[in-house]
Design a protein. Structure first.
Length: 202
């Protein structure tokens, strides 16, 4: 792709570095911005900078947040006796979009994967166990993608909770094995949460 402007080339490269954005799409976005008023381009750039500089991680559930504790954790109308454990923030957002879950969340930050060098200590499992130790949670829903790594993670966490007075559930297999939660349609995902089943580790 030949560019008549080094500035356009650099802008295209910046957009193309984003996941799912090819160079043709990047060029289309850059040309769109060029047609906009300078003020709109500045607003766009400032929104990105402001987000990057000021976004926080919730100290309780590890969701992204504007504050030290996210709006879900501080919402008094949420059911604090149920914690939905998810792999990443995209999965949390997918479940929230179903409108079927009114409890709290815990974002692990991934799943256990020895092949990729991800151990339990690389995840926020210790933080989850600390929350459970406080005794407010009565049920943990393992809303983790049904993959081998996901099942390994569920098994590991269930072992850490063995002997504790807490119910462990998994989402119903309306989500196919090997599938990713963020790509499941809202109806299927919502039903998987509502028809969750008790987890048996043995």
């Amino acid at each position: 792709m030949n560019f008549s402007s080094k500035l356009i080339e650099e802008a295209v490269e910046a957009f193309a570095s984003l996941p799912g954005i090819g160079k043709k799409t990047a060029l289309r976005l850059v040309l769109h911005l060029i047609k906009q008023d300078v003020d709109k381009s500045e607003d766009f750039a400032n929104a990105i900078l402001n987000m990057r500089k000021n976004i926080k991680t919730c100290q309780q559930c590890h969701n992204i947040s504007d504050n030290e504790v996210c709006s879900i954790c501080t919402n008094k109308h949420r059911d604090s006796s149920v914690i939905c454990v998810v792999e990443n923030i995209r999965d949390l957002m997918a479940i929230e979009d179903t409108g079927q879950f009114r409890g709290l969340y815990h974002v692990l930050g991934g799943v256990i994967s020895p092949i990729e060098g991800v151990s339990p200590f690389d995840l926020t499992i210790d933080g989850l166990l600390e929350r459970i130790e406080k005794g407010e949670a009565k049920e943990i829903i393992m809303a983790i993608s049904p993959t081998i790594e996901g099942d390994t993670t569920i098994f590991y966490i269930s072992k850490q909770l063995k002997g504790k007075d807490i119910k462990i559930s998994t989402i119903a297999r309306g989500v196919s094995f090997g599938g990713e939660l963020e790509y499941a349609d809202e109806l299927t995902l919502g039903r998987s949460i509502l028809t969750r089943t008790t987890y048996q580790s043995e």
